[in-house]
Design a protein around this ligand. Sequence first.
Ligand code: ZN
Ligand code: ZN
Length: 116
Amino acid sequence: MEYSRARAFLFCDFCGTMLSLKSTKYAECPLCKFKRSAKEISEREISYVVTAEDIRRELGISLIRDQEVQLSKVKKKCEKCDNEEAEYWTMQMRSADEGQTTFYRCTKCGHKFSEN
Ligand SMILES: [Zn+2]
Ligand SMILES: [Zn+2]
C-alpha cells in the first residue's frame, strides 16, 4: 500500500535499497548489510512518517510532533461507535516475512484497531 512512500527516509546510503527495520535498535540494508541506528533514523525527516505514536512507543523517543503526522482516511466501520470513517497507516512488522499490519483509528471516537 503506502508502505514504501511512508518509509522513504529509510534508504541505504550506499546502494539505495530500502532498509528494513530489524529491531527497535537498528535497520539493515538487505543487500549490502549497511546498518543505521533507529535513533539516527528517528532524527531524520520523519514528518511524514505515518505513525508517530507507534514509532515513539517502539523507539522510546518523543521528538516527533503529532501535528506533523498525516494519515489517510478510509471507509472503515468502527466497532465501538459505528462511525464509518477511520484513519489508517501500515507498519512492517519485525521481519519482512511477517508481513505488514494495517492500523486504523476511528475519526470519531479515536478507537484503534489493527488488521493483518
Ligand atoms: Zn545497501
Ligand atoms: Zn469509533
